[in-house]
Design a protein around this ligand. Structure first.
Ligand SMILES: Cc1cc2nc3c(=O)[nH]c(=O)nc-3n(C[C@H](O)[C@H](O)[C@H](O)COP(=O)(O)OP(=O)(O)OC[C@H]3O[C@@H](n4cnc5c(N)ncnc54)[C@H](O)[C@@H]3O)c2cc1C
Length: 382
């Protein structure tokens, strides 16, 4: 380790920004050098994508600039990460090679519509920021027909988000006066709406969407998409507008580095360590098993919590103390009802007996808290 240790953070999303700020808030630039690398120079809270679809936000009004990090003496490089060389402890980007003393991998999950034949030609990607305005325009134009919301692989980011999307689309169509002539169908490969939250909450979510005449179809494993038609392993469904959540995988450089299998994620424990010394991984790029096949959901709150855990352990190590923080597995996700209220799914993945989940009543207070959640993240990180 050189005189001042260098913490290199790959990815400037929820995990990367949370870790960088936690370390800088506790150690000065005389004590640690911090570098964040991301191929884009902006950050946006994930759920804002749904507000852009609804038309209550624009992309430009919803992003924070990663260049702001420099004001906190956190270096920011807008570059693509091409190689993670764990043996030689360095990273290659488009223009340079950077070495590190501590590495935090927070590169998120990549969306792979190309894995589903016919999807890119015949459907839209509900999670792609480049397609949000077009989705909004298509919805505005719709006078009648079938909308299909289709989850095309598990796990995917923020499990309740597609359900929330269906409720916001329902409200949008009510406002434009065409809801009675447009059907909304929801297709999932899972047997229940939210497997990670358990059967009771899944039933509550099902009741919520059914109460708005949104039809849920379980166990629909997608094979391919044709013009106006979804082809599942068992059966087919017609649509006029397809909004898909494509399969998620770890970025290519992750499996090329050997940290994850192809199409898999980096396995971690609650200390977020990888098998390599001083190399940690947090957020959507990881798999953290709770029990059996149950894993921590891919969500910003969990990426943030894991990043704080890692940051605290790095701070302890820099002070030559023993690492002691473990990710607590606690978090909450808001679900907007489309009727100016929101409920909150409270989650405690590692509670003593078994994972605990609770769905609160849908209130205006929770909607205010959701709005506040976004403001706080942008103001404290950038
Ligand atoms: C519609 C929607 C709604 C959501 N709602 C919620 C919610 O209500 N609550 C919640 O907690 N979460 C929510 N999420 C999920 C949340 O956004 C993600 O779980 C979270 O962003 C994960 O954080 P992360 O740091 O792991 O990855 P990300 O935030 O995705 O950050 C990864 C970063 O790595 C960068 N990167 C990747 N590869 C490279 C490369 N090769 N070179 C350079 N940079 C690279 C990316 O550009 C990206 O900025 C939602 C997501 C969506 C899409």
């Amino acid at each position: 380790m050189s005189d001042i240790p260098h913490v290199l953070i790959l990815g400037g999303g929820f995990g990367g920004l949370s870790a960088a700020n936690e370390i800088r808030n506790n150690l000065s630039s005389m004590q640690v050098k911090i570098t964040v690398i991301d191929k884009k120079d902006w950050f946006m809270v994930g759920f804002v994508k749904l507000w852009i679809i609804k038309g209550t936000r624009t992309f430009e009004n919803s992003i924070g600039s990663l260049n702001e990090l420099r004001k906190k003496e956190i270096n920011f490089l807008k570059e693509e990460i091409l190689k993670i060389d764990l043996q030689n402890k360095n990273i290659k980007t488009t223009t340079r090679t950077l070495s590190y003393d501590f590495l935090i991998i927070a590169m998120g999950a990549s969306l792979t519509p190309e894995k589903i034949p016919g999807l890119s030609e015949n459907g839209m990607n509900l999670y792609d920021h480049n397609q949000l305005t077009e989705i909004h325009n298509q919805l505005k134009k719709m006078k009648s027909g079938n909308i299909a919301i289709s989850i095309m692989g598990m796990p995917y980011k923020c499990p309740p988000a597609p359900f929330e999307a269906s409720l916001l689309i329902d409200s949008m169509l009510r406002e434009t006066g065409v809801r009675d002539s447009v059907q909304i169908h929801f297709y999932s490969p899972a047997p229940i709406t939210l497997p990670a939250a358990g059967p009771e909450i899944s039933q509550q979510i099902l009741n919520l969407i059914n109460s708005e005449n949104i039809f849920f179809h379980d166990s629909c494993k997608i094979k391919s998409v044709e013009k106006n038609k979804l082809i599942f392993e068992h059966g087919e469904a017609n649509f006029d507008l397809l909004l898909a959540i494509p399969p998620h995988v770890a970025p290519k450089v992750i499996y090329e580095s050997g940290l994850a299998k192809e199409d898999g994620f980096i396995p971690i424990s609650r200390d977020c360590k990888t098998p390599f010394e001083n190399v940690y991984a947090v957020g959507d790029v990881t798999t953290l098993t709770v029990t059996g096949t149950l894993t921590v959901p891919k969500a910003g709150v969990f990426a943030e919590g894991e990043a704080v855990t890692v940051a605290q352990n790095i701070i302890l190590k820099i002070h030559s103390k023993k690492e002691s923080s473990l990710f607590d597995g606690k978090g909450g996700c808001f679900i907007e009802s489309g009727r100016d209220t929101a409920s909150l799914i409270e989650i405690d993945m590692f509670s003593e007996s078994k994972p605990l989940t609770k769905l609160t009543e849908s209130t205006t207070k929770h909607l205010d808290e959701k709005i506040q959640f976004e403001k706080e993240r942008l103001s404290k990180w950038l």
